[in-house]
Write a protein that binds this ligand. Sequence first.
Ligand code: HAM
Length: 422
Amino acid sequence: MFQVPRGTRDFTPEEMEKRRYIERNMTSTFLSFGYGEIQTPTFENIELFTSKSGEAILNEIYNFTDKGGRELALRPELTAPVIRCYIERLQMEPKPLKLFYFGNCYRYDRPQKGRYREFRQAGCEIIGVDTTEAIAELLALAFSILKNVGLKNVRINIGNLTIISMIFKRLNLLKDDQKRLLPLIDKSQFDDLKVSLRDCGVSEKDAEQFICVLQTSEVNEIRSFIADDPDAIKELSIIETVIGLLKNAFHITESDIKLSIVRGLDYYKGLVFEIDAPVLGAEKQLCGGGSYDLVTLFGGSEVPTSGFAIGFDRTILALEAEGFVFPPSKLDVFIIPVNQDMIPMSIDIARQLRDKGISVDFDLLRRGMGKSFKYADAKHAEKVIIVGPKELEKNTVTLRDMKTGNQEIVTVSEIFTKLKKP
Ligand code: HAM
């Protein structure tokens, strides 16, 4: 009768197990890079998102007026909320400040595979540093998170918005033209871009060269195109240094320069990047990020900021598409009382095992042995304990290994040592 709202999903225990497994794995990588976790509210005052992007963003977000007449929005992302929190509470913290987060985001997108209206992001922001090593470490972190969860094939593409705007200036493109052209570059719609460049008065030759430069990973080709602009050349050498550090110090060779990476959000400046999982086809962008400025806009003291967010749901889709085998859910022990008189003893054993961190379930339906074993099997129980009157007289139980089928009679106190977690 009722269904989940369009673009949202339920997650079954089996799916949640996979998601929590990935989240734990990602958390340990964030922690290993010295990041601390932050959490912000699911909804914010709407100006937090409109102040940079303007009212146009209202088409893409879930906004509402609450009973007190406040204009609020479900967060479409977490960078603006984290920067708001930084300005409210964390400006005096020692720099660089490294913050990571997990959170559900809401966008009024057209749903399809890998694109949802409610989706989860794993992301981070680094505040107070913009050295090349800091940027390289940020990219290495994003890459390591995706590799550590088990993805085989991911690639980093690095762009730079300063270089793009310098090229725009050289091609005599006006601000309005740029606003029209950037989404075409972002979506790699190069045929449409060529037509639009021509409409903006750019010569055929310049347009063709520009489109080639947007797509190439040959630094020399880019360098010769921007050779007369020292600032652009400086930005290019920053990308080269970052790629060099990734390769030689972080041992990450899967990164390329790609100037067509311009990012869809309005707050970016300078170096930007995306990480793709080619296995996903259409919605293959797993991660996006770069340097940006929101701090001064929100009233904070000027400080460099950069970060990224990984699409959590797409990461799981990519893992599944690559054939990743998630560790199966498992239960340490399932207890079967042979009859109702054995129930209190079964509960007592369960309680003691649980206190020792062992996961335990027991037959709550007073079923026969056969059905209980079937259920234990379905729950991937590693061991089954059978509590029967004869054994209990001697203070023993039967312990069965579900994988080997081996059974042994053990004393109740022996169970604990036999099942002790390493
Ligand atoms: P974003 O590129 O808009 O960047 O989102 C980051 C990632 O979230 C995307 O690469 C994608 O994997 C995932 N994603 C985005 N929209 C959807 C959707 N509708 N359904 C499923 N997954 C989606 C940001 O949000 C920036 N705040 C990243 C950032 C942090 N930049 C600096 N710091």
